[in-house]
Design a protein around this ligand. Structure first.
Ligand SMILES: *[C@@H]1O[C@H](CO)[C@@H](O)[C@H](O)[C@H]1NC(C)=O
Ligand SMILES: *[C@@H]1O[C@H](CO)[C@@H](O)[C@H](O)[C@H]1NC(C)=O
Ligand SMILES: [Ca+2]
Ligand SMILES: [Ca+2]
Length: 239
């Protein structure tokens, strides 16, 4: 159970695709330093009340914990994506619901309240702000993923299928439209930088490939580092 009195409740950490959820009142309580454990506690009522479950891993079907279409508020750390359908909603095209923060709480707005049927995080399974990339088959981070923290000369089953992506941490990543690190490419650095009590979360997200200036379903390889003249975001230090 979360120790809510120690939780720094900051400004809105929830974001639906094109709208902010209602922000919570800032709390004056400044607790002890939290660790950088990634979690999302989902609550069945507003203001982080009611039945709840603390997620730490991918959850493709919220009915397993009796919270299908039930979440109205959340508290958490990390970047979490919630989907209307199970299995990360591979076929839909509407909104996905997003939480990003470090020990923050927020209420879902009406477009995301009582909607989520699956959820997962973006970023490294090994550490909150480790260098990592997540490539998604669908727009808005839907469907199957190709993810990693090392070079990938090809994307296996997701070759020529990538339609959205996220990077996390401090490294730049270069995404190529050719296999084996060939062809036109774009380098991406995190361009959003969150900090609470000295815990950092750096990320960049692209809901579709046009935001990166690449064609849809074109990425074929990934290399660590910034190896293209086309750069999105700026290299660290950021703070
Ligand atoms: C949530 O908390 C706010 C601020 O304390 C309060 O105004 C609001 O009525 C609460 N909402 C519910 C549904 O309890
Ligand atoms: C990629 O590189 C590997 C190793 O050099 C090579 O075997 C493979 O044929 C290359 N693939 C393409 C499509 O060029
Ligand atoms: Ca649903
Ligand atoms: Ca695709």
């Amino acid at each position: 159970m979360l120790e809510k009195t120690k939780m720094k409740i900051a400004v809105c950490a929830l974001l639906c695709l094109y709208g902010l959820a209602s922000a919570t009142a800032p709390s004056a309580e400044e607790g002890s330093r939290a660790d950088d454990f990634r979690y999302l506690t989902g609550y069945a009522s507003p203001n982080w009340t009611g039945v709840y479950y603390q997620f730490a891993e991918y959850s493709p079907d919220l009915s397993v914990v009796f919270l299908d279409d039930a979440l109205e508020s959340v508290c958490g750390t990390g970047y979490w994506i919630l989907y209307d359908a199970t299995d990360y909603d591979p076929y839909a095209t509407g909104i996905t619901c997003h939480f990003h923060g470090v020990n923050q709480c927020a209420n879902w707005d009406s477009s995301c309240s009582n909607v989520a049927s699956s959820l997962r995080y973006a970023g490294s399974p090994f550490g909150l702000n480790n260098d990592y990339y997540n490539l998604y088959e669908g727009k808005s981070f839907r469907g199957e993923e190709f993810q990693g923290d090392t070079d990938a000369a090809d994307l296996g089953d997701l070759d020529l299928k990538i339609s959205s992506l996220m990077v996390t941490g401090q490294s730049g990543w270069t995404f190529y439209v050719g296999v084996n690190f060939s062809g036109p490419a774009v380098c991406v650095y995190a361009d959003e930088h969150l900090t609470t009590d000295g815990i950092h979360l750096d990320y960049a997200r692209f809901f579709d490939m046009s935001e990166l200036g690449l064609p849809d379903n074109a990425i074929r390889s990934v290399e660590r580092g910034c190896l293209s003249d086309r750069v999105v975001g700026a290299s660290p230090p950021w703070r």
